[in-house]
Ligand binder design. Structure first.
Ligand SMILES: Nc1ncnc2c1ncn2[C@@H]1O[C@H](COP(=O)(O)OP(=O)(O)O)[C@@H](O)[C@H]1O
Ligand SMILES: O=P(O)(O)OC[C@H](O)CO
Length: 526
């Protein structure tokens, strides 16, 4: 386990002991919304602001964000939360640092001379480059990639999205040819713009984000020539952000505009790593599952990467002090987004919180299984040719059955991931810590406990992702100096869901899911 007590050897991040009324801000830039939260030293959020931004789906399988709208949403959230904070009688000056956490893999490209984006951001769920990825899989050396970078080749990491843009968007290929093409995930883009863009040119990322690109060697935390050669990038033409520690008082610069102008950005973590930190997953064997737009189970494996042989990813959990910690990850592309889908596309509900009410209008799923493979199926299956499929519809089927089957889909895939994780780690989990928007549904969490046969523990305060980024920033400036100081954070009010069905029933249900998963393959093969 990495500890922060010996931070004196980190010359980039001097420990400054902060006064007692210090607060830390956290930018949480998710797939569907941006938030800014302000945490006190007890790790409690005291003020927040959230903005949903526009999702662009220009063609089937395509999913984009406007990079400038994302920056505006961050700035507006900061203003909104700080105003609330001030009305509570606090001074904005008591916010000592800001952390950033973000949807990972989503790919932004910009002109490094003007700082302007050259295309919409391609979101992590996007599958437009499926054929490009298939060609890469056939290339000599493809079988070596996962050992180097921890990720299997799929549409999920940033690399395929970047290659697609270079091949298909003239402005992007021109910038590449002129050596002006800057690539970043949302963290790098936001840090760059919040620092004022090309003038300051703060162009950095942290290892938890860089480990999602397929450019970074998971063992050395450096960009890897073998990887870059495999993808045939000309490094004289492509600008990549410098990889720095996840907690650093200087490397991420400062906010240059707005109400927090001059405040350092001192922490940066991909959102799933941030949730692990926010759940205090600081030692090997700790795990968390976050049910947001997608759902991501991270299992802390210690200071050495474990390369999965059962369909999981290897990722950097965090690097606070030059002693990086690693996690095994099970990624589910569609979780809360399937509920939004029933709301926005089918009109079954008016808001996500109504899903449980609709599901409770019926006793069970009525024989319906919904494989929500909108972007293919991610872990542990990696079926790029699967698409969303509903099985078992009869004249008996009601909306409530589909609602139940929708909640169950994420729970079944989580079971498949836990089974894979037990095989890779040799240590099955005894309980599952959860967070994220979808965990507001008691029905969903009870279903989850039933299907995995271990207790599910939901904290009272669900903003663990934002808390994780605040912790990264707070460590850098000395608001907290050791993991031990955080041990009481968010422990009151944990709700435990105990499994209520027996093993035989569980296996029977899971068997039907596995059958459905096999049957939804091959649809997107052309
Ligand atoms: N009460 C609820 N019951 C079930 N799902 C919910 C509920 N409230 C929110 N959600 C789901 O949670 C997701 C948002 O979770 P959040 O953690 O904010 O995600 P993200 O960080 O990806 O934007 C939405 O997709 C929504 O459908
Ligand atoms: O928006 P979320 O919370 O579902 O997270 C997105 C992930 O980081 C994608 O890898």
């Amino acid at each position: 386990m990495s500890v922060l007590s010996d931070k004196s050897d980190n010359s980039d991040s001097p420990v400054l002991v902060a006064p007692h009324d210090s607060y830390v801000g956290s930018i949480d830039q998710g797939t569907t919304s941006t938030r800014f939260l302000i945490f006190n030293r007890e790790g409690e959020p005291v003020a927040s602001h959230q903005i949903e931004f526009k999702q662009y789906y220009p063609h089937p399988g395509w999913h984009e964000h406007d990079p400038l709208e994302i920056i505006t949403s961050i700035e507006d959230c900061i203003e909104g939360a700080v105003k609330t904070f001030e009305t509570q009688g606090h001074s904005a000056r008591s916010i000592k640092a800001v952390g950033i956490t973000n949807q990972r893999e989503t790919t932004v490209v910009w002109d490094n001379e003007t700082g302007e984006p050259l295309y919409n951001a391609i979101v992590w769920t996007d599958t437009r480059h499926q054929n490009l990825v298939r060609k890469l899989k056939a290339r000599l050396g493809a079988d070596k990639l996962q050992d180097l970078c921890g990720l299997p080749l799929s549409t999920y990491p940033s690399v395929g999205k970047l290659l697609w843009m270079i091949e298909n968007v003239p402005k992007v290929s021109e910038a590449y040819e002129k050596g002006r093409l800057a690539f970043g995930t949302i963290d790098a883009w936001a840090v760059y713009r919040l620092n004022g863009g090309p003038k300051a040119n703060v162009f950095v990322t942290d290892p938890s984000n860089a480990s999602r690109s397929m450019f970074m060697n998971i063992h050395t935390l450096k960009y890897d020539e073998q990887l870059l050669d495999f993808f045939r990038f000309d490094m004289a033409k492509l600008k990549l952000p410098k990889i720095v520690r996840s907690s650093d008082s200087k490397a991420y610069g400062t906010l240059t505009t707005g109400i927090l102008k001059g405040i350092p950005i001192a922490g940066c973590l991909g959102d799933q790593s941030a949730a692990l930190v926010g759940q205090k997953g600081f030692s090997p064997g700790r795990a968390k599952n976050t049910y947001g737009t997608g759902c991501f189970l991270l299992y802390h494996v210690g200071d050495k990467p474990v390369i999965s042989t059962h369909g999981l990813l290897t990722t950097v959990a965090y690097d606070f002090d030059g002693k990086p910690q690693y996690a095994l990850e099970g990624s589910i592309a569609v979780a809360g987004s399937s509920i939004k889908f029933l709301q926005n596309n089918f009109g079954f509900i008016d808001s996500s919180s109504e899903i449980s009410v609709l599901a409770e209008t019926v006793e069970d799923n009525g024989g319906v299984t919904f494989v929500t493979a909108f972007s293919g199926l991610f872990a542990p299956y990696w079926y790029d040719d699967a698409r969303g499929t509903i099985f078992g519809i009869t004249a008996y089927t009601q909306k409530g059955h589909v609602a139940r089957a929708t909640l169950e889909a994420t729970c079944f895939q989580t079971k498949a991931i836990l089974d894979a994780m037990a095989k890779d780690s040799g240590r099955p989990l005894a309980e599952l810590a959860v967070d994220g928007g979808m965990t507001n549904s008691d029905l969903c969490m009870q279903t989850q406990a039933d299907l995995i046969g271990i207790p599910v523990e939901r904290p009272r305060m669900l903003e663990t992702t934002a808390l994780g980024a605040a912790i990264a920033a707070g460590f850098a400036i000395g608001v907290w100096q050791s993991f031990d100081e955080l041990k009481n954070v968010n422990i009151a009010g944990v709700k435990t869901f105990e499994p209520k069905i027996n093993k035989e029933e569980r296996e029977k249900k899971f068997g039907r899911w596995e059958k459905a998963v096999e049957m939804c393959r091959g649809w997107a093969n052309e």
